[in-house]
Design a protein around this ligand. Sequence first.
Ligand code: NI
Length: 227
Amino acid sequence: MLLHIPNILSPEEVATAQSLLVNAPWADGRASAGSQAQAVKNNEQLPHDCEAATQIRALLMRGLDRNPTFFSAALPKHVFTPRVNRYSGASNFYGNHVDNAVRFAPDTGQRVRTDISCTLFLTEPDAYDGGELVVQDSAGPQRVKLPAGSLVLYAGTSVHQVEPVTRGARLACFFWIESMVRSQEQRQLLFDLDTHLLSLRQQHGETPETTGLTGTYHNLLRMWADT
Ligand code: NI
């Protein structure tokens, strides 16, 4: 699955996030990468506990909470502490890598399995050149560069990279999700069923069939979810 979800943040929230990042304490991004990824990583990140990162994380978590598409697609059990990064100047790319399978939350040490990788774009695409997220999936390389405030979800198992930024700066939040439903195949079936049910309900209202299929959705989720 590779899914774009628009408008996780409103334009006002994006502007707030951008203003928080003007004088933020950027640090070398290699600190949070595994050893293979370190060799190809060249960007900057905010310390997770700085004021700007803390406030942007709160904006993002509120944005995720109010978005039903995000919930339906990810079925989140844990969201690993979102971080903020920047690609610009001489620190402008992250070569091909796969994210570590298990992350340890910085404050609690809680283990999070990275079923789903997420990037929330914080800079409009016309403000920088390059910086595409390129995800290798079964249909070949998928190139992603979204409007500020939009989110992309992709399988944590994917090889991916961020291409060099050759003009301007690319700001983003990145994070991982451990899903209640570990299997990508099962998650995709549930998302498809939920999406079609929503559409049926919009066209026909509630009918005995939509009620029955909603039951099927929940019964599948009950069978597959690990809470
Ligand atoms: Ni990555």
